[in-house]
Design a protein around this ligand. Sequence first.
Ligand SMILES: Cc1cc2nc3c(=O)[nH]c(=O)nc-3n(C[C@H](O)[C@H](O)[C@H](O)COP(=O)(O)O)c2cc1C
Length: 390
Amino acid sequence: MLRFETAGESHGECLVATVAGLPAGIPISLEAVDRELWRRQQGYGRGGRMKIETDRAEIVAGVRHSRTIGSPLGILIRNRDWQNWTEALPVEAQPDSADKQRPVTRPRPGHADLAGAIKYNFHDARYILERASARETTARVAVGAVAKALLGEFGISILSHVVAVGPVRLERDAEWPELVALSRRDEVLLGCVDPAVEARMKEVVDEAYRTGDTVGGIFEVVARGVPLGLGSHTTWDSRLDGRLAQAIVSMQAVKGVEVGFAAEGAASFGSKVQDTIQYDREGHRFTRGANRAGGLEGGITNGQDVLVRGLLKPISTLRRPLESVDMTTREPALAAYERSDVCVVPAAGVIGEAMVAIVLAQAFLEKFGGDSLGETRRNYDGYIEQVKSF
Ligand SMILES: Cc1cc2nc3c(=O)[nH]c(=O)nc-3n(C[C@H](O)[C@H](O)[C@H](O)COP(=O)(O)O)c2cc1C
């Protein structure tokens, strides 16, 4: 079973991830992992923090000579900002450390501040927001890069793009080569494949900057080359659509998920929604009239592209803060403001890619298993033969 954990706070010393259950022999490139971390940091609308950090992964366990060795991976990403917080958030209390704390007593609506403070019994939401922060997703993206390395060995690629920022929406499908080109950009604006739509998206972010507001949106993750047969219809928790949905909604600020064209489908008649089935006698294979199901039927991958969308609410920290209450005095107060992002939809797409990669890698290893990549490949090749001769 492929599993991972992350630890680390936004202004702590570093983020840490452990990944267990990978077969030995997967080629791992630190450059590829760092490229994913870089992609997560991009996009128009990010706050000052991303200017401080240049994320780099250090793999401290589980990889030797650029290949996994079957033991758990340990991955570490240092927070450069930590040096500005060593006095405010020391690991060991110092005699005068209470004076240097930067307490957050005015919880932000939409953040974990209030519920977390009450639940964990702190009168300072700092300890909550440090971990609730999406800085944690840096570790997820590093793990996702490793999952992508496994999947890449079997011809599976995962990319993303931005479908909407606020009310501005891309009203057409994106082609795979457009996603590839997007992923290779060295300057990222809003991660939309259509430059005219992207320019309108930028205007929305500019308006949020001008008015001290924030804006959400929708990203789409596309996985190509996924074999038919990952996931299963047989039990609720083996249905892959449900597992992908959990992974996407577990992301900070993601409040909705769509598999395929779910929202459109809900508003249409069945005759317009289901993907018709044909048979290509020359190619000896079944084909489909469209891919509105997003590559999943009955919780099983059907060999088409897997399409998953995440719906992000606008960021909760506003420069023009909302109504709140001071947790100490119980008096009305404006919510705390701390340097913050205004729009993160392109970055969320990259995190979404990581989450989809991890879930697909889990399902892939459940199906094909193996302690070494060679063993996984034998199992995979045997199954692909079976599918071809069906
Ligand atoms: C890439 C990314 C960056 C984020 N940056 C911020 C930020 O700068 N400020 C903020 O208040 N929330 C930010 N968030 C969202 C919060 O982490 C999130 O809203 C908060 O943890 C509460 O969780 P919930 O919105 O899922 O309920 C970000 C989310 C993502 C995905």
